[in-house]
Write a protein that binds this ligand. Sequence first.
Ligand SMILES: Nc1ncnc2c1ncn2[C@@H]1O[C@H](COP(=O)(O)OP(=O)(O)O)[C@@H](O)[C@H]1O
Ligand SMILES: Nc1ccn([C@@H]2O[C@H](COP(=O)(O)OP(=O)(O)O)[C@@H](O)[C@H]2O)c(=O)n1
Length: 213
Amino acid sequence: MTYALIIAFDGPAASGKGTLASVIAQDYDLPMLDTGLIYRAVGFLRAQRGLTLEDVEQLVEIARTLDTQTLDNPELRGREAGEWASQVAALPEVREALKRFQIDFAHQPGGAVLDGRDIGTVIAPDAPVKIFVTARAEVRAHRRWLQLVKSNPDLAYEDVLADIRLRDERDSSRSSAPLSMADDAVLLDTTDLGIEAAIEHARRIVRDRRGSF
Ligand SMILES: Nc1ncnc2c1ncn2[C@@H]1O[C@H](COP(=O)(O)OP(=O)(O)O)[C@@H](O)[C@H]1O
Ligand SMILES: Nc1ccn([C@@H]2O[C@H](COP(=O)(O)OP(=O)(O)O)[C@@H](O)[C@H]2O)c(=O)n1
């Protein structure tokens, strides 16, 4: 049987998981899926269509028929889309409708790299490499503020910190697939690590974990 290298990155907002996942995907020439974008797309369409979180049937339909070709829409990376994503992501029916696509992506022949909140716990509990990326909320908020302020010069750091705290709380306390570290994941705290140092740590973790299978 061919050995499939599935690498799971999970962690809270702006911890650096997407940055690390894309470097590792390049290193190993693996396809990568940013699963946050899928939830962002569903949240974005909910807002655009004027639906509420009670319109579960329509939200499930949006999730079921999501066109993944639309995930490169830059609006999905905005501040509101992150909040809308976290709201729809708390609905078990929406999560269920998005599950099969993510499981199939993770388990394609040859392997894949995915980043999100529940990759190591729900989507690919069998992944041989799991990294839980985190950092102090203030540090994450500063990183996210630096990103967002480019297109929104009036944005206050305090507002981004409040967003991040709200999202951390909602993502960690929801009943369905809450943000949590898998028992067999390796913790990578990037609070005091620059991007290059974080990449070096992630590369070492992948090498070590891969070697033990
Ligand atoms: N270790 C780090 N030190 C400083 N900035 C970082 C670090 N890791 C990522 N960043 C920056 O922080 C922002 C959020 O990173 P990203 O990888 O998108 O986080 P996530 O996918 O966890 O939301 C990006 O602008 C990225 O360049
Ligand atoms: N696998 C995933 C990925 C994202 N999400 C939700 O989607 C939101 C946006 O995810 P994201 O990864 O794009 O967010 P950032 O970490 O980039 O800020 C999160 O706050 C979660 O509520 C999830 O529930 N499960």
